[in-house]
Write a protein that binds this ligand. Structure first.
Ligand code: ADP
Length: 683
């Protein structure tokens, strides 16, 4: 349920000096200080968490009456406790921008930081009504880039506005006509092609600084059948080029099979739709692998997979063209998504015998609550462009992910990449997506009828099955009489129809085990919701890199292994007089292991594996296991030794494709360090 039963005395998470420093530098907001009448920075994690949880819960005032104030207060207390106890956290923009502008205004600051027991519905509503344009809480955006000068420069403007408000933005440049094609209007001019216009975006990225906090983050994609595809693949080979971009090729099912069967592959003109040129599928695929081998770019985005797994695929208007910059969030154009992550470390608990084990039930409750929190952010945020707000509210995507997987393994005595670890990952994925699905079904009931959200055409996806059961009325009767066997048969039939998104099917398949003894009534509720198209969120899971937020919680990032146990950093001396080099250890390292590291440089305990101790196959397996359940994308890098070959890269890509991943990033040890030397050689 949403109510977790508050712990009386929230334990403040143990915060390293690193985490405190990061929070003070970048996350604590300037606020009005009633004591001095001036401004001061937030002073504690609690003060910061109060602001964030208060602002997110203002959205609840849209759905509740004055009588429901206890509900809102309890929700806010739960969220506050989840943040302060280090179990869950939103993506950075939400932490930066909650209350933006308002914290400086005396009366509003008083409302933001007061105790929840003193809040009334009108107070939440007042904060909601006073939100500023700067209260932009989302990390992920995708926009459209149409094939006209007006369209291209509108896209640059839109990307600039999104970047200014702290969002990462992606776009597919594949609508643009290829280099050398005729320009419309018969002027005799020639088009300069997608890659040249990416430079325009990049220049924008260089100029727009996001409120002084982060540099811009852009994603540029190009479909594999665009005539400029080779030029695109080479676009980042020169050091410093397109430096604000991640680039990815939209790899189609057709290219993968053409490569495997060594067939030819057609590149199509964007000016007239005709075949511009044919290439060998194998050669194009190898070029992509070669470039990735050389320096990690471009990435691959298996776009047909993403669209096959899109719950909105029958709605017509919400096909997927691109992802956000780090790849975990495929989105239809002019939509956006906010992310949040559950910290797995906090769910490893000692049992009665003192043995540590993973609290799967507690984890599921956390997932359930977190989906609800992320849904609130969709209403609490200000949107950088009205069109994005309208479209996002129609489909209400949220992206819940994980952090601390590697550290949770260490704590529970497991080894990242081992067989027992992999079955733990499978169980995590199954329980996470099961809890998220039930949360989004229940949210419809909690929120009442939502004026914005589209019916997801989910019902249409199940239409074939309705017909089998003779129409909707019969389907309802069938659900009433359903038992676990007929449920399982139903899921198997849906799989053979091939229309229902595969991560949804995988989730439905494991749900009886995930829900346990009382599964049946829950499954009936779920089947009714699917029949009626009543899901609150068109997608729910997305595993983000958690580059900054994992540092706040001192956890390993996302589902990645650890990279090091010891590192050094130059820090300002505590008396402010110059700099010193400070040695840091991973938070789980004990004195004994620290001594081992200082001595021999290695730790004898086998649980302490790093990204390069883990084989590429193990990296791929972990990604593929989560890909069964994660309906959006997964940010995961497969680390390869520097001795890896181009064929190894190709192998990684093809295995990930076969396992149902929507994308993957590889990094060969040392490949970027070599780059400047190669550039010199070529130049
Ligand atoms: P965080 O840990 O700060 O919440 P992540 O590292 O998990 O962020 O990245 C999540 C997403 O946030 C990225 O995929 C991207 O869309 C967006 N993002 C990350 N860094 C930036 C940045 N510098 N500028 C804009 N967006 C960013």
């Amino acid at each position: 349920s949403l109510d977790m039963g508050l712990l009386e005395n929230p334990l403040v998470p143990r915060q390293s000096e690193n985490a405190r420093w990061l929070l003070e530098q970048r996350y604590y907001a300037d606020r009005y200080d009633p004591e001095t009448g001036g401004l001061r920075k937030e002073r504690s994690f609690e003060e910061f968490a109060r602001r964030v949880s208060r602002i997110v819960c203002t959205a609840e005032s849209l759905y509740r009456g004055a009588d429901d104030i206890e509900w809102i207060r309890r929700l806010e207390k739960n969220l506050f406790a989840d943040l302060v106890e280090g179990r869950f956290i939103f993506n950075s923009p939400c932490l930066f921008a909650s209350g933006a502008g308002m914290t400086r205004v005396p009366e509003l600051a008083e409302l933001i930081y007061r105790s929840p027991d003193e809040m009334e519905l009108a107070d939440y509503r007042r904060l909601y009504d006073n939100k500023t344009d700067n209260q932009q809480l989302f990390a992920c955006f995708v926009i459209d880039i149409p094939d006209s000068i007006e369209g291209i420069f509108e896209s640059v403007r839109d990307a600039a506005v999104i970047s200014k408000y702290g969002g990462g933005v992606g776009g597919n440049f594949g609508h643009l006509r290829e280099r050398g094609a005729d320009i419309k209007g018969g002027t005799g001019g020639k088009a300069s092609g997608p890659v040249s216009f990416m430079e325009t975006w990049n220049t924008m990225g260089c100029v727009v600084v996001q409120g002084g906090r982060r540099r811009a983050a852009l994603m540029g994609m190009l479909p594999d059948d665009h005539p400029d595809i080779e030029q695109f693949m080479d676009a980042k080979t020169e050091e410093g080029k397109l430096s604000y971009f991640n680039i990815s090729v939209c790899v189609s099912d057709e290219l993968v099979s053409a490569a495997r069967e060594k067939r030819s592959f057609a590149l199509r003109s964007r000016a007239n739709g005709k075949v511009a040129r044919t290439v060998q599928g194998d050669e194009l695929w190898n070029k992509l692998c070669q470039n990735a081998w050389r320096r990690g770019d471009p990435g691959v985005f298996f776009i047909d997979r993403a669209n096959a797994d899109n719950l909105l695929k029958l709605s017509g208007d919400f096909d997927i063209e691109s992802t956000n910059p780090c790849g975990e969030q495929p989105l239809p154009t002019y939509t956006s998504c906010n992310l949040g992550s559950v910290n797995l470390v906090k769910f490893v608990r000692p049992d009665e015998t003192g043995r540590r084990s993973f609290d799967m039930e507690g984890f599921m409750d956390q997932v359930y609550r977190s989906i609800y929190y992320l849904d609130l952010v969709i209403d609490a945020t200000s949107y950088p462009l009205p069109r994005i707000g309208e479209r996002t509210k129609r489909i209400r995507p949220v992206g819940l992910g994980l952090m601390g997987l590697a550290d949770a393994a260490i704590l529970s005595g497991d080894v990242y990449g081992s067989d027992s670890f992999k079955s733990f990952c499978d169980s995590l994925g199954a329980h996470m997506s099961g809890a998220a699905l039930m949360a989004t079904v229940d949210a419809v009931a909690h929120m009442g009828k939502d004026p914005f959200s589209e019916s997801f055409a989910v019902a249409k996806l199940f239409e074939g099955e309705h017909r089998v059961h003779g129409g909707e009325l019969f389907a309802r009767q069938w659900i009433k009489e359903m038992d676990l066997n007929s449920y399982r048969e139903f899921v198997a039939q849906m799989r053979s129809h091939g229309q229902v998104p595969y991560t949804l099917l995988n989730t439905l398949e494991v749900l009886p085990e995930v829900l346990g003894a009382d599964a049946l009534p829950e499954l009936k509720r779920l089947m009714t919701a699917l029949l009626e198209g009543q899901l609150r969120n068109s997608r729910r899971l997305s595993i983000a890199p958690t580059g900054s937020i994992s540092m706040i919680f001192d956890s390993s990032a996302g589902i990645e292994p650890n990279f090091a146990w010891r590192w050094s950093r130059k820090v300002m001396k505590s008396d402010g007089d110059g700099w010193e080099v400070r040695e840091y250890f991973h938070p789980l390292i004990t004195q004994k292991e620290a001594d081992e590291l200082r001595g021999s440089g290695v730790i004898s305990d086998p649980r302490y594996v790093t990204a390069y101790d883990i084989s590429p196959e193990q990296h791929v397996d972990v990604t593929g296991i989560f890909a069964r359940y994660v309906d959006s994308g997964i940010s995961k890098t497969v680390n390869l030794p520097s001795s890896a070959t181009v064929d190894d890269v190709r192998n990684v890509y093809e295995t990930c494709y076969d396992m149902g991943c929507k994308g993957i990033t590889i990094y060969r040890d040392g490949s970027r360090d070599n780059q400047p030397i190669e550039t010199k050689k070529e130049g």
